[in-house]
Ligand binder design. Structure first.
Ligand SMILES: NC(=O)c1ccc[n+]([C@@H]2O[C@H](COP(=O)([O-])OP(=O)(O)OC[C@H]3O[C@@H](n4cnc5c(N)ncnc54)[C@H](O)[C@@H]3O)[C@@H](O)[C@H]2O)c1
Length: 429
C-alpha cells in the first residue's frame, strides 16, 4: 500500500484520540481522514486537530459505516460490547481494522468476527494488546525464548491497578459494571493473559480464580458519607477516594497541578471549571461506596500450562501506582522486573546479576510503556510493506486465546474458584 495510510476513527474517546495522535509520530505514513463519535464536542475537536472535512465527520460509527469506505484503516475504539458490531460492517466495506480489546465479552460474538474476518482475507485485523509492542516485554521475551533461565517453571505476575485508577475506571466510570462492559479479568487483564502466555510460548490447559469486591460497597462507607463527594460529605477530609482530591487537588492526579490524569475524560473542555461541573453533575463525582459497580477490586488467577508449569497472576486495586510486576522462575535462573522502574534483572544461578534498564534503552515509554506507538508503527509497516503477521502480531486468532482464558477464569471465580478445563470450556462456551 502507498503512504500515507489513511485512518477513520470510530469512537474518538481516550483510545481513539490516542491512536489518532500518532499521526504526529509517523508523519507522511499515517493520516486521519474521518471520525465518528456520539459526542459532537469530540467530533469537533478531531475535525480541528486533523483538518478532517465536514463530510467525513459523523455523529455515530453506524452513520459512518453506511458510507463507502473512507480510509484504509478503521479504528474501532468504541465500548467493549460495540466492537464486533462496528468491526463486521467495517470488514465488509474492505477496511483493515485496528480493534480495541476486548474483542467482545461474548465468545459467540468473538467467533462471529473471526469467521467474518476469514471471509475477508484482504483485510487485516489487529487487536490492541499493546504490551506485546513494548521494549519491556520484548526484552523479557528475548531472555525467556533465548533459554537464559532454562525452562520456566513458575511465573508470578501482578497488575497493580492503583487506588485512583480503580476508583475512576472500575467504580465510578465506564467499566464499573460487567453487564454494561466486561468482567475485570477480561477488560483489564486480557492483556495479562495474552502477554503471560506469549512470554512462556506455552498453551494454558486449565485455570482457577478467586476474588471479589473488598472495599467498594455500601457497607464499607464511612460514617457521614453522602452520595456525591461535593454534597456535604462529612467523611471527605479523610477519604483518599474523594473525587475532589483525585481530579482537582492531588499533586499526582489533579488538574490543579497541571497533571490532570483522566480529567480530559470528565469533560472535553478539560478546565478547572468544567471538571468541577462534572464532579457536581456526573458519575465521576459519586461516592465510591455508593456506585452501581459490580467488578472486582482484587482477583487472583492461576494458570496450569501444558507442560505442568504454572502462572500465578494477581490484579489488585490497592496500590499507590499503576504498573505491572513480573517474576519468572526457571530451571537455571530467575528474572525479576517491573514496569515502574522499567528495570529487568536477570539472575542466572551462580552468576552475577545482569540488569537491563529499559528506560535508558528506549526513548518513548509513554502510553503503555511505548506500546501505543509500538502497535501503530508495527501495523503501518505491515500495511506499507504488505507484510504477513508474525508470531508476535496480535491477530484475532492470537487474541482469542487470552479471551478464552479470561472468561474461563471468570467462570471459575463465580464458582468459588473451581478449576476450569480450558479445552472443555472452549467446547461448551
Ligand atoms: N488497549 C488498551 O490498552 C486499552 C486501554 C483502555 C481502554 N481500552 C478499550 O478501548 C475502548 C474505548 O475505551 P476508551 O477509554 O477510549 O473509552 P472512552 O469512553 O473514552 O471512548 C469511547 C468513545 O466511543 C464513543 N462512542 C460510543 N458509542 C459510539 C457509537 N455508536 N459511534 C461512535 N462513537 C461511539 C463514546 O462517545 C466515546 O467517546 C474500550 O473497549 C476499552 O476497553 C483499551
Amino acid at each position: 500500500m502507498k503512504a500515507p495510510i489513511t485512518f477513520a476513527i470510530a469512537g474518538f474517546g481516550d483510545r481513539g484520540s490516542t491512536y489518532a495522535s500518532m499521526e504526529k509520530l509517523f508523519p507522511g505514513k499515517m493520516k486521519v481522514v474521518a471520525v465518528a463519535d456520539l459526542d459532537p464536542g469530540k467530533v469537533k475537536k478531531a475535525r480541528q486537530l486533523y483538518g478532517i472535512p465536514e463530510e467525513s465527520c459523523f455523529a455515530s460509527a453506524e452513520e459512518m459505516l453506511e458510507k463507502d469506505r473512507l480510509a484504509d484503516v478503521l479504528v474501532v475504539s468504541t465500548m467493549d460490547r460495540q466492537h464486533v458490531g462496528h468491526a463486521i460492517p467495517g470488514l465488509k466495506k474492505g477496511y483493515h481494522i485496528l480493534l480495541e480489546k476486548p474483542i467482545s465479552p461474548e465468545l459467540d460474538k468473538c467467533r462471529e468476527l473471526l469467521e467474518t474476518a476469514k471471509g475477508c482475507p484482504g483485510s487485516k485485523v489487529i487487536v490492541c494488546h499493546v504490551l506485546r509492542y513494548t521494549a519491556f516485554y520484548n526484552t523479557l521475551k528475548g531472555l525467556i525464548a533465548g533459554g537464559k533461565i532454562g525452562d520456566v517453571v513458575s511465573i508470578c505476575a501482578n497488575e497493580n491497578v492503583a487506588y485512583w485508577h480503580q476508583a475512576h475506571s472500575f467504580v465510578r466510570g465506564n467499566w464499573r459494571n460487567s453487564e454494561e462492559t466486561s468482567p475485570m479479568i477480561l477488560q483489564k487483564s486480557c492483556h495479562d493473559m495474552d502477554i503471560l502466555t506469549w512470554l512462556t510460548g506455552k498453551k494454558c490447559t486449565s485455570v482457577s480464580s478467586i476474588g471479589g469486591i473488598q472495599l467498594f460497597k455500601k457497607e464499607r462507607a464511612p460514617e457521614g458519607a453522602t452520595p456525591m463527594c461535593l454534597g456535604g460529605c462529612k467523611a471527605k477530609e479523610g477519604c483518599v477516594f474523594d473525587a475532589e482530591k483525585i481530579y482537582v487537588t492531588s499533586p499526582k492526579t489533579g488538574i490543579q497541578t497541571g497533571k490532570g490524569w483522566a480529567t480530559s475524560i470528565l469533560s472535553v473542555e478539560n478546565t478547572l471549571e468544567s471538571t468541577y461541573r462534572a464532579l457536581r453533575e456526573g458519575p465521576y463525582g459519586r461516592c465510591v461506596y455508593m456506585c452501581d459497580n459490580n467488578v472486582v477490586d482484587h482477583q487472583q488467577t492461576n494458570l496450569l500450562m501444558e507442560d505442568g508449569s504454572t502462572v500465578s497472576f494477581t490484579m489488585c486495586a490497592f496500590t499507590e501506582d499503576c504498573y505491572r510486576y513480573f517474576k519468572a522462575m526457571g530451571t537455571q535462573g530467575e528474572i525479576e522486573a517491573d514496569m515502574k522502574s522499567n528495570v529487568i534483572r536477570l539472575r542466572v544461578f551462580g552468576q552475577p546479576e545482569e540488569v537491563f534498564d529499559i528506560g535508558a534503552m528506549e526513548a518513548d515509554l509513554k502510553g503503555h510503556g511505548g506500546g501505543d506507538s509500538g502497535i501503530i508503527g508495527d501495523f503501518l509497516d505491515m500495511l506499507l510493506h504488505d507484510a504477513e503477521a508474525t508470531e508476535r502480531t496480535t491477530t484475532l486468532e492470537n487474541s482469542m486465546e487470552s479471551h478464552f482464558i479470561a472468561l474461563a477464569a471468570e467462570e471459575s471465580r463465580l464458582r468459588g474458584g473451581e478449576t476450569v478445563d480450558l479445552a472443555a470450556f472452549k467446547g461448551r462456551a
